[in-house]
Design a protein around this ligand. Structure first.
Ligand SMILES: [Zn+2]
Ligand SMILES: [Zn+2]
Length: 172
C-alpha cells in the first residue's frame, strides 16, 4: 500500500490495492484480503487522498453467540501537506510531508480506520431474538416454554400494581 509520488503528475490518480489482512497487521476479527481504493489528487503543495476499504470480519453475535461474517467498509480522507519543518500534525486527517518525500504508505491509516469500523453492537441480524436467559435455547430456531412459567416473585408486586393502575384507568 505504497504510492510513489515523486514522479506523479499533477491531477487525479486512482489506485487499487488488495492485500492479505495479516500483511498490514490486521488480526482477528479480520480475515482474508482487504481491498482498498484510493483516489489521489496531486496539487502543487499537497496531495489529497480519498481512501475506502472493504474487508471481511467474523464476529460472535451479542445476543445469540452464533458466529457470523460481515463486510466492513471504512473510508477516510487524508491530506498530505508539504512542509519544510518537521512538526507533526495534530489533525488526524492531515499528514505533513516534505518536498523530498518520494512515497507515501497508507498501511497504518488503512489499518486504523478498519479497526474503527468494527461495530459496537455485533448482531447476526437486526432482529436476532437471542438466547432464552433461562434454558439457553436459541430463540431464532426454537421456542421454549420458559416465559409462560412462573415469574420471578421479586417482580410480582410491580406487576400487580401495574394491573391495578390499568384497571383504574379503564374504570374511569
Ligand atoms: Zn444473533
Ligand atoms: Zn427457555
Amino acid at each position: 500500500m505504497i504510492i510513489k509520488i515523486a514522479n506523479l503528475s499533477l491531477g487525479r490518480h486512482v489506485f487499487d490495492f488488495t492485500e492479505k489482512v495479516e500483511d498490514i497487521e490486521l488480526n482477528e476479527p479480520f480475515f482474508g484480503e482487504i481491498n482498498t481504493k484510493v483516489i489521489l489528487n496531486k496539487l502543487s503543495d499537497q496531495l489529497i487522498a480519498e481512501v475506502s476499504s472493504v474487508v471481511s470480519a467474523e464476529f460472535e453475535c451479542d445476543r445469540c453467540t452464533c458466529k457470523f461474517e460481515n463486510q466492513l467498509t471504512s473510508s477516510y480522507q487524508m491530506i498530505y501537506l508539504m512542509r519544510n519543518d518537521k512538526t507533526e500534525s495534530d489533525d488526524i486527517n492531515v499528514t505533513y510531508i516534505n518536498r523530498e518525500t518520494d512515497k507515501i504508505s497508507l498501511r497504518n491509516d488503512v489499518r486504523e480506520f478498519a479497526i474503527l469500523s468494527i461495530p459496537m453492537k455485533k448482531l447476526c441480524k437486526e432482529d436476532c431474538k437471542g438466547l432464552c436467559p433461562r434454558c439457553g435455547i436459541d430463540l431464532n430456531h426454537d421456542e421454549c416454554k420458559c416465559q409462560k412459567e412462573e415469574i420471578n416473585p421479586v417482580w410480582l408486586p410491580l406487576i400487580e400494581n401495574k394491573d391495578k393502575l390499568n384497571n383504574k384507568k379503564r374504570n374511569r
